[in-house]
Design a binder for this molecule. Structure first.
Ligand code: TK8
Length: 352
């Protein structure tokens, strides 16, 4: 699988360079200032808000540069997974991608704390956290790894699906073979609940669910829908057990090759696309439970009396990873959350 992906990646890159060599020769004839192509690889499909946001970003960049810079979307993991595409950015072999923050822990452990189980309650809380100094400070650690983080896109609150039986109580997690993102805290969380987690990159999830190599996975509703997990997963639990976000990134080498004016265009276009992505994903999310039910999924929630028991188990995981991800980052996280709560009170939004 890995090998096949690598071959495919090499072949796509070769084809791409060949095609553009032809293109630029042709366009150079009419236009001496040739078009610059920036490939943006993502894991989700082009109709998922992640793909739509890339298209939105592409449109703004193209308009603002009078077509000088063209962003090209490669969706559905065509150019690799969150980790391999990020590696390609570092090596200057791919220009842009948007991996889940959980995969950035290998560079800056602080990214991990965003995913603490049951940390955030609402999308507003997530925006306030990610757009705060805390979020900016995390992004500021990326250039040391030859990456430029341009902001945060919503992936969303994660929910559990499985093909075994409804999951409503702690006991239902036992021995469940669940795919988790390649991140130790996610596998520990499910191990604590008695499940058997397996770390797999996103583009391999559907196949593994279909072949019954895993029985369960967890992702936001819109992803369950757009990646057609409902075809191979009958049960959905609205667990909202962790929040996750993507960081749209550009290779530092590519960033530095842009003029300051073009960098500004990218920043503004990204701010607009971020608002667009967050709004789109949230408005779609509102219809998702209904859609997934229509497609045959049986939807449940965690039993009310069981939720505190489950949360208590995951508390141990937070304690462990508060140390693992660095007490300085954990402290910064909780200070920021307290500041945000305060800000909400001042703005009359009350405590939740
Ligand atoms: C897509 C991933 C995906 C993430 C996962 O590239 O791996 O489950 O939630 O959205 O970033």
């Amino acid at each position: 699988m890995q090998f096949k992906n690598t071959i495919f990646l090499i072949a796509s890159i070769a084809m791409f360079h060949w095609a553009h060599a032809q293109n630029s020769t042709a366009s150079n004839v009419q236009n001496p200032s040739s078009t610059r192509y920036i490939r943006f690889g993502i894991g989700l499909g082009d109709d998922h808000p992640q793909g739509m946001a890339v298209k939105h970003f592409a449109q703004i960049v193209s308009e603002k540069t009078q077509g000088r810079i063209k962003i090209e979307l490669f969706a559905g993991g065509k150019l690799g997974n969150d980790q391999t595409m990020t590696d390609a950015l570092q090596a200057g072999k791919l220009e842009m991608t948007a991996p889940d923050t959980s995969s950035l822990v290998r560079f800056t452990k602080g990214f991990g704390v965003i995913n603490f189980p049951f940390l955030l309650n609402s999308e507003t809380d997530a925006d306030m956290l990610l757009d705060s100094n805390f979020g900016k400070e995390l992004l500021a650690t990326l250039p040391a790894h030859r990456l430029i983080g341009l902001g945060y896109w919503e992936n969303g609150f994660r929910n559990l699906t499985n093909s075994r039986s409804p999951v409503t109580r702690k006991a239902d997690f036992i021995d469940l073979k669940v795919r988790v993102m390649p991140n130790a805290m996610f596998s520990d969380t499910f191990e604590t609940l008695g499940s058997q987690p397996l770390k797999l990159p996103f583009p391999e999830v559907y196949e593994n669910l279909k072949d019954k190599k895993v029985q369960a996975q967890e992702n936001p509703l819109i992803t369950i829908y757009s990646s057609r997990f409902y075809e191979v997963q009958q049960h959905l639990t609205l667990s909202r057990h962790a929040y996750s976000a993507w960081v749209p990134m550009i290779s530092k080498a590519v960033w530095e090759s842009l003029s300051v004016a073009d960098q500004k265009v990218f920043e503004t276009a990204m701010q607009e696309s971020t608002l667009y992505e967050r709004q789109l994903i949230r408005s779609r999310n509102a219809q998702m439970v209904g859609e997934l039910k229509k497609l045959g999924m049986k939807v449940t929630e965690i039993d009310r009396t069981e939720l505190p028991i489950i949360r208590l188990s995951t508390r141990k995981v937070i304690d462990k990873y508060a140390k693992e991800f660095g007490e300085d980052w954990t402290k910064k996280l909780y200070i920021q959350l307290a500041l945000n709560e305060n800000r909400k009170l001042m703005q009359g939004q009350g405590n939740r």
